[in-house]
Design a protein around this ligand. Structure first.
Ligand code: LIP
Length: 272
């Protein structure tokens, strides 16, 4: 669809504009509010970035639909239809943003007929712009990126997160999975942004990422960026990724993804 070119150009401009808000404010004091619990946070910047993106896209494409983290937190229903739909996390890594830890990103993706067409993850503080379009590859600041091609668990670097919930069952499963995986892998890293974790796999800096309890807006852009970089993005039990399942496993190769899927203790959070 020729329209995807226009969508891409428009959203790149909007993301850069919105990125200024994050960059200018990350090292300042913020008013922080809690959402589902005391570690699930929102700031005025999250809300302003989401509004800037939705207003900018709506003015050019009034028929397009949106699934936004902050609109959802305010009660808007999450519904992915066949219509062109933008899935937005305005500040992925809000906890990092609140603390001034420079790994927060804007994550935005366009899905059409439920298929990802555009994915953008932008960390304006470190000037990292990850982009992908279906069939056209994945890029960091305009340069092509590729997964590591690692197949061996013993040489793999894993990106993981505790997530933004203190649910005891979730924490127990997390600990159990770490106990299983840690002796088998090269190492573990945590960036505090699900989207940036996925981009680390896409750009070859890490080899595996999984998380239970993430939301569609955390992984919608990372999904296409990992795939276009040559990696795989699946359900943690091994089947196809279900964007609304709040479960994700991505890896540099299908061999590695399969090995991890076979080892993981599974958790099935309530769907988006
Ligand atoms: C958060 C991610 C974090 C992940 C959480 C949550 P938020 O997004 O950045 O890495 O573990 O599940 O999705 O709330 O900062 O947009």
């Amino acid at each position: 669809m020729a329209e995807y070119n226009e969508c891409y150009e428009l959203v790149i401009g909007l993301v850069k504009e919105a990125g200024v808000l994050i960059k200018d404010r990350i090292f300042t004091q913020k008013d922080v509010e809690q959402k589902s619990c005391d570690i699930d946070l929102v700031t005025l910047t999250d809300q302003e970035v989401e509004k800037l993106l939705i207003d900018g896209i709506s003015s050019k494409f009034p028929d397009h639909r949106f699934i936004g983290e902050e609109a959802t937190a305010s009660g808007t229903k999450v519904e992915l239809t066949d219509s062109p739909t933008w899935i937005i996390d305005p500040v992925d890594g809000t906890m990092n943003f609140v603390h001034g830890f420079p790994h927060s990103s804007i994550s935005i993706a366009l899905y059409d007929k439920k298929i990802a067409q555009i994915g953008i993850v932008y960390n304006p503080v470190l000037e990292q712009l990850f982009t992908a379009r279906k069939g056209l590859g994945a890029f960091l600041n305009g340069n092509p990126i590729h997964v590591s091609n690692q197949k061996e668990l013993g040489k793999a670097l894993l990106m993981v997160e505790w997530g933004t919930s203190r649910d005891p069952e979730k924490m127990k499963v997390f600990m159990e999975n770490m106990t299983i995986l840690n002796p088998l892998i090269h190492g573990t890293r945590t960036l505090g942004s699900a989207a940036l974790n996925m981009c680390m796999v896409a750009s070859g800096g890490a080899d595996i990422n999984f998380e239970f309890g993430i939301h569609a807006w955390d992984i919608a852009a990372g999904n296409i960026i990992v795939r276009e970089a040559g990696g795989v993005c699946i359900d943690p039990s091994g089947g196809p990724l279900d964007l609304m399942s709040r479960r994700v496993l991505c890896a540099s190769t299908s061999e590695l993804a399969e090995k991890v899927a076979n080892l993981l203790i599974q958790l099935h959070p309530e769907r988006d």
